[in-house]
Design a protein around this ligand. Structure first.
Ligand code: PLP
Length: 452
């Protein structure tokens, strides 16, 4: 009998995260203080982050110990299984071997608890009582609510309004784990009120919700802010995914030629690919890492590599990254987790240096890929994840064309059980490709020149 699932025992969970800052050919540009525009020091961040996470943010240590308490919670669902997608391979008629890492097995249904649990732990250690955050599709809000629940912290979540209405059950799940959830923009913060004054019907965006959550944390002594993607320490925590994959590939004596993940802020892509990029940099492994984004929010493929704010109001440090401009307002596509104007500075620098590639796809092809996957492998993916699946299917079909037996690994970043409205729309023929007009992107990017 062929083995579909490649599993590790709990004892084999990696005990350290991998920090790619130790190995990058070109170091990153420092974040800048939003007022002075000078490099931001620890003091610029300590109002809203614990020192342990600030240290991880700037660390150049290659391996960072995972605390026992975090490993203990990880073991509730980790190590996650690596699957060989035999059914999908057969349906595509490809000679390629396709594997997927199933991060949808976590209690929140995605990869995000890998960092949520760690962030809740470090904040608890620092004596913080409450965390504030933003969420798009609700995956991050659920994950942080879960993390806070494990460590007895309060949690307040600013949820992008379009998703708040599209995904009411994600809100319920956050409430089950004890969080307070608000539809952003709210009238509770200055940044929320500013947006509503200009546009009372604003659908919200991750950038706006981040401004609100940062304002909440900055205004209270007992509260810190927590971000589910983009920052270096988030990428660090997610490397547990790729490190497990490396052990799993050893068990079947295989190794990926392609590592594929969808890209919102970049964390699940970083998590699965960075340990392999380490092999590429230090052991000359010839892997291709490909980040997949929506055509409606094409940060890497159409954005500019420049300093920009992480939020709309300009409260966060300026980060050197690929960005569409912090005013960029993507359409209300269903992959809410991919509607962010920027991209992790780490992923951005590696893209700039040619160590990773990117592709952008329209929604129709993405949902078609999701159904192909659900009808072969059985698992219903999140719409974000479906971008990675579309990427993997395309590469597998390229292998078929070229009659090449390559090995493809993609990150199944989450399941789609809370995204059935999107699937209803697709099945009813209501999902169309949305491509953002290039002129508007250029305009949004041009406005960044005034920032520095
Ligand atoms: C949040 C989310 C993403 C996008 O975020 P990244 O930081 O780019 O990983 C992708 N897939 C799922 C399932 C998500 O919940």
């Amino acid at each position: 009998m062929k083995e579909r699932k490649i599993t590790l025992s709990e004892k084999e969970i990696p005990k350290k995260w991998y920090n790619i800052q130790a190995d990058m050919p070109n170091p990153m540009q420092p974040p800048l203080n939003p007022q002075t525009k000078k490099p931001a020091g620890p003091d610029d961040l300590s109002a809203i982050f614990p020192m342990s996470l600030i240290e991880q943010e700037v660390s150049s240590e290659r391996w960072i110990d995972i605390p026992e308490e975090v490993l203990d919670i990880y073991s509730l669902w980790r190590p996650s299984p690596l699957y060989r997608a035999y059914n999908l391979e057969k349906a595509l008629g490809t000679p390629a071997r396709i594997y997927y890492k199933h991060e949808g097995v976590s209690p929140a249904g995605s990869h995000k608890p890998n960092t949520a649990v760690a962030q809740a732990y470090y904040n608890k250690q620092a004596g913080v009582k409450r965390l504030s955050t933003e969420t798009g599709a609700g995956q991050w809000g659920c994950s942080l609510a879960l993390g806070c629940n494990y460590f007895g912290l309060e949690c307040s979540v600013y949820m992008v309004k379009v998703s708040f209405h599209q995904k009411p059950y994600r809100k319920s799940l956050m409430q089950v784990w004890g969080a307070d959830v608000y539809a952003s923009p709210t009238d509770m913060t200055n940044s929320g009120r500013d947006v509503l004054a200009k546009n009372p019907d604003s659908l919200g965006s991750l950038g706006i919700a981040i401004s609100e959550a940062v304002e909440d944390a900055a205004g209270r002594d007992d509260t810190n802010y927590s971000l589910g993607s983009v920052l270096n320490h988030v990428m660090l925590h997610q490397t547990i995914i790729g490190l497990e994959c490396q052990k799993q590939f050893k068990l079947v004596d295989d190794y990926p030629d392609y590592v594929i993940g969808c890209c919102g802020g970049g964390s699940n892509f970083a998590g699965i690919s960075f340990p392999f990029i380490y092999d590429k940099i230090t052991k000359d492994k010839n892997i291709r890492a490909i980040g997949i984004e929506p055509k409606a929010c094409p940060t890497l493929t159409k954005g500019a590599f420049t300093y920009d704010f992480g939020d709309v109001a300009g409260y966060t440090p300026l980060m050197m990254m690929y960005t569409l401009g912090h005013d960029f307002m993507p359409n209300g596509i269903h992959a809410g987790g991919l509607r962010y104007h920027g991209e992790s500075p780490l992923v951005s620098q590696l893209y700039k240096d040619g160590l990773i590639e990117a592709r952008a796809y329209g929604q129709e092809g993405v949902f078609e890929a999701a159904l192909t996957f659900a009808r072969t492998e059985g698992i219903l993916p999140a719409p974000e994840t479906a971008h990675a699946i579309k990427g993997a299917i395309d590469v597998a079909l390229e292998c078929k064309e070229a009659a090449e037996e390559k090995t493809i690994l993609f990150n199944l970043s989450g399941h789609g059980h809370f995204d059935l409205t999107a699937y209803d729309d697709y099945l009813a023929g209501k999902i169309q490709d949305i491509e953002y007009p290039k002129g508007l992107i250029d305009q949004s990017i041009a406005s960044l020149e005034k920032l520095l």
